[in-house]
Design a protein around this ligand. Structure first.
Ligand code: AHR
Length: 497
């Protein structure tokens, strides 16, 4: 059994929008409080932001962070989070049955984004609120001055506009669990009018329209078509959300679930283009996969929690090695659809279904999913090449013809570097991998690395150093041909110059 991947410098799928390596911080559980923000922690700065968490985030090199929700945003008054902290109201958060203190609000979060070297992808509340609150927050954040909201921003300590570029028009508005959930027609109309007003305040912003909250929603497809028919001319992206589970403990089927992501993307692209054709529009709608991850380990524990705590430990999935492999497969899938997926947010970033965990008054530690994301975000920049790949395949419970080896090839012209990411799904067979690169001359190997040799159920909860990226010494370069062997159940990166 061998796998191969062939690519040419002149056959480019598309440039990677760096926002594909986005993530997400919601006012949920311990993501904000006890996560990024913990005044009194030994590493906290004057504002209360933990520097050790910032350092871990900087390692991930996350260019965009969606905020403040998620389900939370559908009941949120953004004005609760501005002005003196002592005047801010405590509110019931109906989404997560918690109490929100509003200690961290818009200014604090924007300060934090500077430390985290990232930009915000700001969501507005289209659950309990609408056009007025949404146009006002754009004016508050992006208008230079001389108006009520922009001058209030100045009074609150920020002279320059924040110039936030990427905005979400609500969150999962099709979901019955959403505060103020809507039918597709209700949401489509509201999103259209909100988008118009937001862009009238600042026409440089980009807007994400809510697609279905999952491809298994009963209204999937019809929802996309309807909301796009309403809002097509006023929005730039349509959103997709997907969370993977392995309740059945079926590894071969679990690792095949990234195929679902690929099908989902292609289905949504078809709908976007069908609406484009129907409207005779010259405009292309791209995709924002603004929530994706594994989420299931914590569901039973969360169902038993009593309501109305401040920052309760919710959605604290403890990830294992097999989850890291599936996250790696998710990244490869997003990259191989980089012609249409321009934004993607790993949900989420700290403590809540997150690659980074914190202990109150204590340490920060990295989950297994940290590693593939870190390598991809740091080295997967440039252009994705269209690849011809061959791999032996298998059938799992839900999926047919699943390739054991899944890969992507990136050409980073600025760094004069070719980067290959590959996952071997096989549980027992190492796979020889031949990489054939046309139109590149004098190739040499920078490094070949792997995350491999671990029990699929291994976590880093007890021993935070239980997992690490190691060198793979099997890779050799001869002319334009590169070959090596990738281990069973492995995430791999090969860098060439
Ligand atoms: O990321 C956790 C939650 O998952 C988000 O709040 C919601 O949008 C989705 O259902």
């Amino acid at each position: 059994m061998r796998a191969s991947v062939k690519a040419s410098k002149h056959n480019v799928l598309d440039a990677i929008d760096k926002r594909i390596y986005g993530s997400f911080i919601e006012h949920l559980g311990r993501a904000v409080y006890e996560g990024i923000y913990e005044p009194g922690h030994p590493t906290a700065n004057e504002e209360g932001f933990r520097q050790d968490v910032i350092e871990a985030i900087n390692e991930l090199n996350v260019p965009l962070v969606r905020y403040p929700g998620g389900n939370f945003v559908s009941g949120y008054n953004w004005e609760d989070g501005i002005g003196p902290k002592e005047d801010r109201p405590k509110r019931l958060d109906l989404a997560w049955k918690s109490v929100e203190t509003n200690e961290v609000g818009l200014h604090e979060f924007m300060d934090w984004t500077e430390l985290a070297k990232t930009e915000v992808n700001m969501a507005v509340n289209l659950g309990t609120r609408g056009v007025d609150a949404a146009k006002n927050i754009v004016e508050y954040c992006n208008h230079p001055g001389g108006t009520y909201w922009s001058d209030l921003r100045k009074e609150n300590g920020r002279d320059e506009p924040y110039s936030i570029k990427t905005w979400c028009l609500g969150n999962e508005m099709d979901g019955p669990w959403q505060i103020g959930a809507k039918t597709a027609d209700e949401y489509g109309r509201l999103a259209t009018e909100t988008a118009k007003a937001m862009k009238w305040v600042d026409d440089s912003i980009e807007l994400v329209l809510c697609g279905s909250s999952g491809s298994k929603m009963p209204t999937f497809g019809e929802w996309e078509f309807t909301v796009l028919e309403h809002a097509y001319d006023y929005v730039d992206f349509l959103s997709l959300h997907l969370y993977w589970e392995n309740f059945e403990n079926d590894l071969s089927n679990y690792l095949a679930k990234s195929r679902e992501m690929d099908h989902f993307i292609k289905d949504v692209v078809s709908i976007c283009d069908a609406v484009k054709a129907k409207k005779g529009s010259g405009k292309k709608i791209n995709l924002s996969f603004d929530e994706w991850n594994v989420w299931y380990h914590s569901k039973d524990a969360d169902a038993k929690r009593e309501p109305w705590d401040i920052a309760p430990p919710l959605l604290e999935d403890i990830y294992n090695f097999e989850d890291a492999l599936l996250v790696g497969l998710g990244i490869i899938t997003l990259l191989n659809n980089a012609d249409r997926v321009k934004i993607a947010c790993l949900a989420q970033l700290v403590n809540v279904i997150a690659p980074i965990m914190t202990v109150k008054d204590g340490e920060v530690w990295k989950q297994p999913t940290f590693y593939p994301f870190m390598q991809a975000s740091n080295f997967g920049r440039g252009k994705v090449l269209t690849v011809q790949s061959e791999s032996p395949t298998y059938d799992s419970k839900e999926f047919k013809d699943v390739p054991f080896v899944e890969s992507t090839v990136i050409w980073n012209e600025d760094e004069q570097e070719i980067v290959i990411f590959a996952v071997n799904r096989s549980e027992k067979d190492a796979m020889p991998l031949d990489i054939k690169l046309d139109d590149f001359e004098g190739l040499s190997l920078i490094e070949a690395t792997e995350l491999a040799d671990y029990d699929p159920k291994l976590t880093t909860e007890e021993n935070h150093d239980a997992m690490a990226i190691k060198n793979n010494d099997s890779f050799k370069v001869e002319e334009a041909a590169v070959s090596g062997e990738i281990k069973p159940l492995s995430w791999n990166m090969v860098r060439l110059s």
